[in-house]
Design a protein. Structure first.
Length: 273
């Protein structure tokens, strides 16, 4: 079994999966261009793009959140029993909350990191079924879960770890990145407007540089791929020497501080029973 985004790599390796699970109903064409998928069975949502449905050999539909149906679908449609797969949706979101908490503690030095669930409101009943089920799991975990957090408060540092699904998280991160660039460009425009503002900039330059450093991705170096057996750091495509240096530093810290083992330990504590 393989998820749609990894299909091309798997086929290149000469492996024909028994089933492809389409976890994103808006999967882009680039996932499937020039691939022969006519003999593959697909686990699809009802709103999966028509392109996928037209080219696959067999369609197996699921309803709602896919983690509730995968095991049943596989048992019903494969010729051999499949082991339970505790993945997707609220389950994986909780796992990433655990790993994010360990990361903030071990790498960023935050004691007992506060974990918040990104949502449209602070009330427990807010959000879709995914957020509500994730809330329940986080509430019963060993993490320092503070409840739902709205995007504006997350950006202000109300929590140390923000938990969300990939689609929402991508929008949130790029919005924050865009606002950072906007503020930097706006300040530059204001301070270089005339001689008076340039003189004013001289007295505030130290503070401006500190803020700029906090918002510079190169100071972090890269983002860790959490859940791997060994440390893996993903650097930005436009990384320079400073960014690579800090990415290497992060990888070194991961090993020296035994982050992977700690993640495994805390995950085990939160999945027992």
């Amino acid at each position: 079994m393989v998820v749609d985004a990894a299909l091309r790599t798997v086929l290149r390796a000469g492996v024909r999966p028994d089933m492809v699970c389409t976890i994103d109903p808006e999967s882009p064409d680039r996932f499937f261009e020039n691939l022969d998928v006519t003999d593959l069975a697909w686990c699809c949502n009802r709103i999966t793009r028509p392109w996928v449905l037209e080219h696959c050999a067999k369609r197996v539909y699921y309803y709602g959140f896919f983690e509730k149906r995968w095991n049943q679908i596989l048992d019903e449609n494969m010729e051999y029993p499949f082991p339970d797969i505790p993945s997707g949706g609220c389950v994986s979101a909780t796992a990433f909350a655990v790993m994010g908490s360990v990361y903030m503690n071990k790498i960023m030095g935050v004691d007992n990191p506060k974990v918040g669930l990104l949502n449209v409101g602070a009330e427990e009943e807010k959000g879709r079924e995914l957020e509500q089920e994730t809330y329940a799991l986080l509430k019963n975990s060993t993490l320092n879960f503070t409840g739902n957090v709205e995007a504006r408060n997350a950006a202000l540092g109300e929590v140390d770890v923000v938990v969300t699904d990939g689609f929402t998280g991508n929008i949130y991160l790029k919005t924050v990145e865009g606002m950072g660039k906007f503020m930097k460009a706006s300040l530059k425009k204001i301070f270089f407007r005339n001689l008076g503002t340039k003189i004013g900039a001289m007295f505030t330059m130290k503070g401006i540089k500190e803020i700029s450093k906090q918002m510079d991705y190169r100071e972090t170096g890269g983002s860790p791929l959490l859940g791997t057996a060994k440390p893996v750091l993903k650097a930005h495509g436009s990384s320079d020497a400073l960014a690579f240096k800090n990415a290497v530093r992060q990888a070194k810290d991961f090993v020296e501080r035994n982050v992977i083992a700690e993640m495994e330990k805390v995950l085990s504590e939160n999945t027992e029973g």
